[in-house]
Design a protein around this ligand. Structure first.
Ligand code: ZN
Length: 156
């Protein structure tokens, strides 16, 4: 198990476009394993490679239904709308209200570099959209309708 340092908003690496993955190798496999370890340790439901400083189109997601690997993911279908709270491991202690599609269909490669389609609704759809945007250097804060709120405020 290897944990990587999670980069935070303000660091340039989070604003860059990531490069497509053209072949799987040991280095990339280790990166995927580390993304899962780092995400689970931090208690997140998704983590993208740029969040650990690597500009590759790779992200991982687990909303509690099992691990999902995304390599060169692309949203190819969407439907409906959901508005709700969203946070990011790169923006610790904050959340925002973001409107997303309620359903998305994503074309992606597996770790074995085979093309598959993943469908998600509600939280999974939100997580897929959020992670894919990281690969284009975007953070959810740009979409937060009412700015950022402190997670602490919720408990008062
Ligand atoms: Zn994020």
């Amino acid at each position: 198990m290897a944990l990587r340092k999670i980069r935070e908003m303000g660091e340039e690496v989070l604003t860059k476009h990531c490069k497509e993955v053209t072949k799987m190798n040991l280095r990339t496999k280790l990166l995927i394993n580390d993304l899962f370890d780092t995400m689970y340790e931090a208690g997140g439901v998704g983590l993208a490679a740029p969040q650990v400083g690597i500009l590759k189109r790779i992200a991982v997601v687990d909303i509690g239904d099992g691990p999902i690997v995304l390599i060169n993911p692309e949203i190819v279908g969407q439907d409906g709308e959901q508005t709700g709270e969203e946070g990011c491991l790169s923006v610790p202690g904050k959340y925002g209200i973001v409107t997303r599609p309620n359903y998305v269909k994503v074309k992606t490669l597996t770790e074995g570099m085979e093309e598959v389609f993943i469908e998600g609704e509600e939280l999974l759809a939100r997580a897929l959209c959020h992670e894919i945007e990281h690969l284009d250097g975007k953070l959810y804060v740009e979409l937060a309708e009412d700015g950022l709120h402190d997670v602490e405020d919720e408990k008062e």
